[in-house]
Design a protein around this ligand. Sequence first.
Ligand SMILES: [Zn+2]
Ligand SMILES: [Zn+2]
Ligand SMILES: [Zn+2]
Length: 85
Amino acid sequence: MPDLCDHLRDATPHAPSTEGCEECLKTGGRWVHLRECLTCGHVGCCDSSPNTHATKHYHATKHPVMRSAQPGEDWRWCYVDEVMA
Ligand SMILES: [Zn+2]
Ligand SMILES: [Zn+2]
Ligand SMILES: [Zn+2]
């Protein structure tokens, strides 16, 4: 796949650190879909969720790659290069 960036090539899945969005679990928030950071295993909610914690996690940490944590979904996204794999 020639379009993959280095971030996506280097990313390896972690065991998710929490069963749901880490911040939403703390604050009692609700999420639509879950996204898992492939740098640290942080679980955050997607951009369709009210709090968009996965994107906030990227802005806070600069961890570039996340993947879908939804059952049946298997894709990754690099925030830096805006490439999906
Ligand atoms: Zn990248
Ligand atoms: Zn959240
Ligand atoms: Zn992270």
